[in-house]
Design a protein around this ligand. Sequence first.
Ligand code: ADP
Length: 347
Amino acid sequence: MLENYPFCPAAEDGEEQGIEKSLRPRTLDEFIGQRRVAANLQLAIEAARAREEVLDHVLLSGMPGLGKTTLSYLIAAAFGVRPILVSGPNLERGKDVVGLLTQLHRGDILFIDEIHRMSAQAEEYLYSAMEDFRVDVMLDRGPDARSVCIHLEPFTMIGATTREGLLTGPLRDRFQIVEKLEFYSDEELDQIILRSAGLLGCAIDPEASIYLAQRCRGTPRYANRFLRRIRDVAQSRAGWSSGEPLRIDLEAVSEGLDRLGVDAQGLDRIDRKILEILITHGDQPVGLKTIAVSVGEEERTLEDVYEPHLIRKGLVLKTPRGRRATSQARKLYGGRSLGDGWLNLNL
Ligand code: ADP
């Protein structure tokens, strides 16, 4: 019944998400990279299964697209269930949470995405639910008010967050397993691309795959997204006819990335706009708000999606007073037109 729960995020709808879903690894062994996290989870899963207990609550943190939802599917699959997906910002009122928790069955896996964005009121109900599998609900108001304890079936909560630092202490303390997902190496992304190409029914040349892997921001979601667009490019090129196996070569990858506006550093149009603003300000740090207004993105998106990659590439420095472009950024991008009209000279 809960599979159709109204809080299930729309992320599971649509063709794009359908394809993303089809590329998801089916077992923890198929899950490429994050070996320490995968091994820790495997151990905890096996131990819980041997004891015939539900798995302890799990907190997964890491940037968008690194595999938090995928891992929740894999954990659930190990217990023969499907995760119930809920988005943190949709959990506003206490009764949203109580309604959700009281429908859970023994062993269900409740996945709350962006758990740091849940309301404080909703969060409070989770404390006793996670710790003792019970919720206390207030009935009536005024002099007739009384608290009723509702016992819940034991369940596992998986919380996913891009900002572990924004979680309150009491909530974080209730997760017994806490794992952080890191960016993937080029070699791991190369393996993911080769696997995804196979699932999409095409073959990609080894040099084309590693070339693409180096431009995917260390993130499997980008790798899969770019690959699908590049597949379209390869398909539209002369020489391919329907029914034939599709081969993606270096030229197709290069053209595809060019069309996507992704340059040799894996930077896209917004990344370059951010750099343009920082480079124009020289040594003067620029506040997040100013950057957000200038590029037309939300501050949160800048912090979650763009900044980590720019910092990782050594192009941006984050200081208490704001962001600055590094000398490397000035060397690579200074003195050129970085916005829409940017010509990617390195591709
Ligand atoms: P998150 O929940 O962290 O935003 P997802 O779990 O939705 O990320 O992952 C995005 C996509 O990337 C998934 O559809 C999946 O196909 C792919 N993916 C993520 N991690 C891996 C991995 N380790 N191996 C293979 N594919 C992966």
